[in-house]
Design a protein around this ligand. Structure first.
Ligand SMILES: [Zn+2]
Length: 301
């Protein structure tokens, strides 16, 4: 029998958190156990899924791998800010995207786990050299067709040269990584000196995370480790990065967690609730960001 320990700090002083199912793809009726490390404030799945389970946990219609033609609201906004000179609201740019200037100034960018490359499309439009790292073969085909450079596989198997990128980004990927310390080490290696690692990941220390099974971003079995500001900071400092961590409210997470909790599937009801939740989301955004379930991390090499 394996002795349970925290995958980050290795303490054995951990506690059981919850049992949960795959609520996003209910065809899979397996139950998964989640534990919490009180030191790192992380939540983690145990045991981690094995490679032979990946077909079950990433179904064929997994949203990140399918071309839907839809562009999320925030990416549309980033596109406007970056590629439409009419937008001159600098404070808004910095508030919504604390990494805006870093993206603006970078020339050679790698997006890890880039999926179909909708973020890279926006960067390419503004003249940057865009590279995508992605394991899914269907997504890789789409990327190539759109003219992005590609690396197949993951950061441990793809051969990427030392000191080669101004910026490495990763959106909603960090929580899928079994050994985040090794990933942080690799990102440090491939960044140019003075380059930036920017990523977003759910916040396990948020109020919303306290909803346990009804926290949308818990998303088992695909999320292996849900990180806190503390665990992220420790991982980055160990590798000599200079980190800055921002906590933000995620409107999508607030809404989806509400739908999950109240088992709300009707599109009409969802639309109405989304509208009713808007003042709450704006209030949280303006006055109580510490409740936010999204971590935005900027780390300088
Ligand atoms: Zn720990």
């Amino acid at each position: 029998m394996t002795i349970l320990e925290c995958p980050i700090c290795k303490t054995k002083n951990i506690s059981f958190y919850t049992h949960t199912k795959d609520y996003q793809y209910p065809k899979n009726s397996d139950e998964y156990a989640v534990y919490r490390c009180p030191d790192c404030q992380i939540l983690f799945q145990h045991p981690f899924p094995k490679p032979e389970d990946f077909d079950k946990i990433y179904p064929k219609d997994y949203y990140a791998h399918v071309e839907t033609g839809k562009i999320p609201f925030l990416l549309n906004l980033l596109d406007q800010f970056l590629n439409n000179q009419k937008w001159l609201f600098k404070p808004i740019k910095r508030s919504v995207f604390p990494y805006f200037n870093i993206i603006k100034n970078a020339e050679k960018v790698l997006d890890i786990g880039c999926g179909k490359g909708i973020f890279l499309d926006i960067l390419k439009k503004s003249g940057k050299e865009t590279h995508g790292l992605e394991p899914d073969t269907n997504a890789l085909k789409i990327l190539k067709n759109k003219g992005h450079h590609t690396f197949a596989g993951d950061i441990f198997t793809a051969t990427i040269e030392d000191n080669s990128f101004d910026l490495v980004t990763m959106f909603q990927v960090f929580e899928h990584i079994e050994e985040p310390a090794c990933l942080v080490h690799e990102v440090y290696r491939i960044l140019k000196p003075g380059g930036y690692f920017v990523f977003e990941t759910p916040n396990s220390a948020s109020q919303l995370a306290g909803n346990k099974n009804f926290w949308r971003s818990l998303e088992l079995p695909r999320h292996l480790i849900l990180h806190s500001p503390k665990s992220v900071e420790n991982l980055l400092l160990k590798e000599n990065f200079q980190p800055e961590i921002f906590v933000r409210v995620s409107p999508g997470d607030v809404k989806s967690s509400y739908f999950l909790k109240h088992n709300m599937t009707s599109p009409a009801k969802r639309k109405l609730i989304s509208l009713l939740l808007l003042p709450y989301i704006v209030f949280q955004y303006l006055f109580n960001a510490s409740a936010g379930s999204l971590l935005i991390v900027i780390a300088k090499k």
